[in-house]
Write a protein that binds this ligand. Structure first.
Ligand code: 5GP
Length: 208
């Protein structure tokens, strides 16, 4: 089921806190880009991040989590605030264009949705190991390249992937379906099923 909203909010529709904020302050751009830089990935609303962290904690209450893994740059803020709710450290994958990686790193290739280039991501082997239960956190899920890179890092470390928490999934792009089809537990706080740059209209997927 879906609900469709323009800037005029329908009275009888209950949105969650993040959908409300996207509706209020998100800007739909051309080329399937949703700009949320006034509260999420440039200026940051830390109180909103706290609500997001608490919601992921609620949704992943049944699984052990020993570490949060994210990717620079936009994932770091939300992952840090979420880490307080889980009381675990955060590790972030660094983006590096160099090919001089020493043997003490897990590496994966990630194509950037926003910058249209390929980055190598690296995580030191010191910080992830086979005893860990990893929760991956990121701001957006579009085609799923960033997530596939992070999942590869977790699998190289032989840690357990406890789950994946995404702030905004763009459900009209293939990443979410691909990740769910692979059997991973994916909790997106807001799923945008359609958006229109001309009208600013955003369609959210109804979630339980
Ligand atoms: P993916 O790898 O799933 O194609 O894209 C995920 C990454 O691209 C996210 O970490 C995020 O930084 C960026 N991204 C993808 N779509 C959007 C978007 O609509 N708006 C913004 N601000 N970032 C996006």
């Amino acid at each position: 089921m879906q609900y469709i909203l323009g800037k005029e909010r329908a009275k009888d529709i209950i949105m969650n806190f993040l959908e409300e904020r996207i509706q209020k302050d998100g800007v739909v751009k051309e080329n399937n880009v949703l700009k949320v830089d006034s509260f999420l990935n440039h200026q940051m609303d830390v109180a909103l991040f706290k609500q997001m962290g608490e919601e992921w904690k609620r949704r992943f209450a049944d699984v052990p989590v020993t570490k949060i893994l994210t990717i620079e740059a936009s994932g770091i803020g939300i992952a840090c605030v979420a880490s307080e709710c889980f009381d675990v450290p955060v590790v972030f994958a660094k983006k590096s264009r160099t090919i001089n990686i020493d043997g003490e790193m897990y590496t994966a290739e990630v194509e950037s949705f926003t910058h249209k280039c390929v980055n190598q991501i690296v995580v030191s082997k010191k910080f992830l190991n086979s005893d860990d239960h990893i929760l991956i956190i990121d701001d957006f899920l579009a085609n799923g390249c960033a997530l596939q890179g992070l999942i590869s890092v977790v699998s190289q470390s032989h840690a357990t992937l406890a789950g994946i928490g995404i702030a905004i999934e763009k459900g009209f792009q293939p990443g979410g379906q691909t990740i769910r089809n692979l059997g991973y537990r994916l909790e997106s706080l807001a799923i945008v099923d359609a958006m229109d740059a001309a009208t600013g209209q955003i369609t959210f997927r109804k979630q339980n």
